[in-house]
Design a protein around this ligand. Structure first.
Ligand code: MV4
Length: 486
């Protein structure tokens, strides 16, 4: 007999991910509770749920980051479990700890695993002890003289990383010996003020790697499996822009080794539920970076290629069920690409452009999925991140996925804010992207994409029935010109 799932789940998040989680709940026959801030009274996630509880002001600290208010909402509504989504409180060990104290299930990893993995130096050492490849590097640095010796032994360039950080914040590359000690001092000071922990360490700097990450999921019975990789090299200032699976660079052999390494690291951390192990990949070698102890924005590409609903699996394992598949039952089919459609102006240095959405027609058709928290007439609030939609496509192979992505982007009607849609069209047209030549420097190395983008900016979607049809305008202009000829 399978254990019963939850009767009611509270989703402690907003926007597309709150709706994504509630969709899984509804399919599983679970009632949903949304929480919302002042800025989200009219938001779709607020209306989607069976019930919605106001938790405070528009500033994240006054609502989605307020653990006490979220726990009160869960108790008041009688929710049996909480899904944290991503961002906000999702990786704070205090969240699962508070849930445990309140007798509410947390749909995510245990607090103990979050503590272990949140310490990036500790996570790296745990990975290395368990046979997972890491770059040459040091432990915590407290003596600049010893740091100089360690750096010369490792060989320049090195990268200084804060142990309390993650996601690239506060990292510093050192190319020259004389820059090392001042860079360590300033990195430690920055780490102290950003994370309340001045601990930094050194690693050999790998130039222009790919960012490849492995999706894992574990149950409460000690089983952990991996669901293959995602290539996430196309990033800008540590914000991912486009992700795909499989990686054009990963062979079945690398996938097996990287997957086994990710599973070993998670087993060692006592990991449960969904998580992601990040690696850098260069010249056929991969190196552990860190573990993201949450469901990630880009999880849909993995869902497309494996056919596994990650959020349903998260809910089932959080309720105590065993994983419904073993490692050798996970198969990969076709190719998926996710494009993050942000309310940002690429031509103005990707400045956020929160605006009312005047017109909206989302693309559809074969192999197209759109996850969004917005729609026609929605306001995109300035208080939160600028993600307005994720466009995810699936095809039989990478060429079909790219063609389908281009077709879907051409259909997308999103009038109001400036968006990254034309920028994605420029990426998909770029020869380096099309041939799979990707590194974490792809965006800075392709400044021409901003000019290429202009070719798409004037275009009217064939789905925009409220716009003037440019073909009729052209015909009218031709007719008038012909009259002038006579
Ligand atoms: C590195 C690296 C090169 N060498 N470590 C940045 C995010 C954080 N998770 C780790 N990061 C990096 N660590 C070594 N030893 C390059 C990066 C890096 C990066 C990694 C993944 C995706 C985008 C990146 C952009 C710049 C630098």
């Amino acid at each position: 007999m399978k254990r019963k799932l939850f009767r009611k789940v509270l989703v402690a998040n907003r926007g597309e991910i709150a709706i994504r989680v509630m969709r899984a709940c509804h399919e599983l026959g679970i009632s949903t509770v949304a929480v919302y801030s002042d800025a989200d009274r009219q938001a779709i996630h607020t209306r989607y749920a069976g019930e919605a509880i106001h938790i405070g002001g528009a500033a994240p600290a006054d609502s989605y980051l307020d653990l006490d208010r979220i726990l009160k909402a869960a108790r008041d509504s009688g929710a049996e479990a909480i899904h944290p989504g991503y961002g906000f409180l999702s990786e704070r060990p205090a969240f699962p700890e508070a849930c445990a104290a309140a007798g509410i299930a947390f749909i995510g990893p245990p607090a103990s695993a979050m503590h272990l993995l949140g310490d990036k130096l500790g996570a790296r050492e745990l990975a290395r002890r368990n046979g997972v490849p890491t770059t040459p590097g040091t432990g915590a640095i407290d003596d600049p003289a010893l740091a100089r010796r360690a750096a010369l032994e490792i060989g320049l360039p090195v990268i200084i990383k804060p142990s309390g950080g993650g996601g690239g914040i506060g990292m510093k590359v050192v190319e020259k010996e004389e820059d090392l000690v001042p860079a360590i001092e300033s990195a430690a000071n920055a780490a102290r003020s950003a994370f309340g922990d001045a601990t930094v360490y050194l690693e050999k700097y790998v130039r222009s790697p790919r960012h490849v990450e492995i999706q894992v999921i574990g149950d409460q019975h000690g089983n952990v499996v991996h669901l293959g990789e995602r290539e996430c090299s196309i990033q800008r200032r540590h914000q991912k822009i486009l992700e795909e699976s499989p990686s054009p660079a990963v062979t079945p052999e690398i996938r097996r080794r990287m997957g086994d390494a990710a599973v070993a690291a998670c087993q060692a951390a006592g990991y449960q539920n969904a998580g992601t192990v990040e690696f850098i990949f260069s010249e056929g070698e991969f190196y552990f970076l860190e573990v993201n102890a949450r469901l990630q924005v880009e999880h849909p590409v993995t869902e497309y290629v494996t056919g596994i609903d990650l959020v349903k699996e998260q809910i089932k394992v959080a309720a105590g069920q065993r994983l419904s598949f073993e490692q050798d039952e996970v198969t990969f089919s076709g190719h998926a690409i996710e494009m993050r459609i942000n309310a940002e102006n690429p031509a103005r240095n990707f400045m956020p452009n929160p605006r009312k959405i005047q017109r909206w027609v989302a693309p559809a058709g074969p192999g197209v999925r759109v996850d969004s928290g917005y729609g026609p007439g929605s306001e995109v609030p300035a208080n939160y991140d600028s993600l307005v939609a994720k466009l995810i496509v699936h095809g039989a192979d990478r060429a079909e996925a790219i063609a389908r992505a281009q077709r879907a982007l051409r259909e997308f009607v999103l009038i109001g804010p400036a968006t990254t849609i034309p920028y994605h069209r420029a990426i998909l047209a770029s020869p380096d992207f099309r041939s799979g030549r990707l590194t974490t420097n792809f965006i800075p190395e392709h400044p021409e994409l901003l000019a290429e983008m202009a070719r798409f900016e004037g275009e009217v979607s064939p789905m925009d029935y409220s716009a003037v049809d440019p073909r009729k305008v052209a015909a009218a202009v031709a007719a008038v010109a012909a009259m002038g000829q006579r």
